[in-house]
Design a protein around this ligand. Structure first.
Ligand code: PAF
Length: 303
């Protein structure tokens, strides 16, 4: 009965005590699925929420544009903020509670402690975005402590974020199951992202080159007679495709990495699996995407 009443209304918590009270009122035997977001919700988020709804008794989402994961010169100020529209979407999806805190509610003044995933500052995405992984690990750790979910859902699109968070709960003994869901794509293959709104019409068309380049790299490995190939060959295959699109203004990195910890691999094989990921700029818009090679699918999804 409680569940039916809760499922009918989206309740909003703007501070930590309210969020904790809602959580404490739920029977401990019930499962809580949690989808943390920075808002500007798109179909990718909605699919995470739908999955959380199917797999859990209660669903909590959060909307918080986390300043600590942005580095100087990134798009913190212009990051799309569409809270009213987001709340409408969450209402239509049977989400029970949304946590919508302010920055001061989350960080207070002068916090002393944060989570520092040292090895991740050395991977390509970490080098390009120096604050990103520490900011993400810290906010997700805080959200897990506040919301205390059973399971939390993240998109494969931010694969290094997902691998980091799965390692974080393991390394720090945080009792939350971290699950990945496949990247949702537009009809031409472009990975859905809140930042796609920055693309103009021509850039939007050009952007589908990224997944094609990654697929060429995957094929180089998966279709080879041994199921094994050097990372250089895979990266060259991706570069050759990207070179065909004049609107690609920068290739920040193309990486072939371990699905366990995103450490770089010199060769990839289908048996051990690999993650091929890239960050490029189309015009001035930064895009990231990744595909999984061979057994990496089993490692990321568990089946
Ligand atoms: O993927 C995102 O939207 C963010 O990095 C997250 C996980 C909500 C943390 O701010």
């Amino acid at each position: 009965m409680l569940q039916m009443v809760q499922k009918r209304f989206l309740q909003i918590a703007r501070n930590i005590p309210e969020m904790r009270q809602f959580r404490n009122n739920l029977e401990r035997s019930k499962t809580v699925g949690f989808v943390p977001t920075m808002g500007a919700l798109h179909s990718g988020h909605l699919s995470l929420i739908e999955r959380a709804t199917k797999e859990n008794d209660f669903v909590i989402a959060s909307i918080f544009v986390n300043p600590t994961q942005f580095s100087a010169g990134e798009d913190l100020d212009k990051y799309p903020r569409t809270v009213e529209k987001d709340l409408e979407m969450l209402r239509s999806l049977n989400v029970n509670y949304v946590f919508l805190p302010s920055t001061s509610e989350i960080y207070g003044t002068n916090p002393l402690c944060h989570v520092e995933p040292a090895a991740f500052s050395k991977i390509y995405e970490g080098a390009k975005r120096p604050n990103f992984f520490s900011g993400v690990a810290t906010i997700v750790c805080k959200l897990f402590n506040i919301v205390q979910p059973t399971v939390s859902y993240f998109g494969q699109k931010d694969i290094s974020q997902f691998i980091l968070l799965r390692r974080m709960v393991d390394d720090l003994n945080i009792p939350v199951i971290v699950k990945a869901s496949p990247t949702l794509r537009e009809a031409d293959g472009l990975a859905m992202s809140s930042r796609n709104v920055y693309l103009n019409e021509k850039e939007r068309v050009a952007s589908s080159i990224l997944v094609k380049a990654l697929q060429a790299a995957v094929d180089t490995c998966e279709l080879s007679s041994t199921g094994s190939t050097s990372s250089t060959e895979m990266i060259d295959a991706a570069r050759n495709i990207l070179a065909q699109e004049p609107l690609v203004s920068e290739i920040q990195y193309i990486s072939v990495a371990s699905p366990h910890d995103m450490s770089e691999l010199s060769t990839a094989n289908t048996q051990d699996g690999a993650v091929i990921s890239a960050a490029i700029k189309v015009g001035s818009v930064r895009l990231i995407d990744n595909l999984l090679v061979g057994q990496a699918k089993k490692i990321i999804y568990g089946f």
